[in-house]
Design a protein around this ligand. Structure first.
Ligand code: CO
Length: 134
């Protein structure tokens, strides 16, 4: 069902510091910050030859990564995103296998303008999984 690794998302308390690590220390190409108030994050995309890293900084009160950063104040891997061809078919297959889809199960438009869903870490080896239809 799942295809390519689309991105790994890393939550950081300070985006500028994360950008400096990836751009200056690791020598990667990093996009300009993009505020996504509807997702409660500001994001930059780190372009790698075979995938992307997204650095996420909380934006506004009640950011979905706020609680995560309370537990891991220095930042950490927040989720991994796998590509699927048909997100509704993937959702229905996963639900039939007993996996928990977060929210109301309706795909939302993610950071790349494509439909996404999140799956409970409890069912996926302790890792929050994002599915993105490509
Ligand atoms: Co993501």
């Amino acid at each position: 069902m799942i295809g390519r690794l689309n991105h790994v998302a890393i939550a950081v308390p300070k985006l500028e510091a994360g950008v400096a690590v990836y751009r200056d220390t690791l020598g990667a190409k990093v996009s300009a910050p993009q505020a996504m108030p509807e997702h409660g994050v500001t994001v930059v995309f780190v372009e790698l030859p075979n995938t992307k890293i997204e650095l996420l900084e909380p934006l506004g009160a009640g950011s979905p990564i706020g609680k995560f950063l309370e537990k891991t104040p220095g930042g950490g891997i927040h989720h991994v995103c796998y590509e699927v061809a048909d997100i509704l078919a993937a959702r229905d297959q996963l639900k039939a296998k007993g996996a928990k889809v977060l929210g109301d199960g309706t795909p939302r438009i993610g950071a790349h303008g494509k439909p996404v869903l999140f799956l409970s870490p409890k069912d996926f080896c302790g890792t929050l999984v994002e599915l993105e239809q490509v």
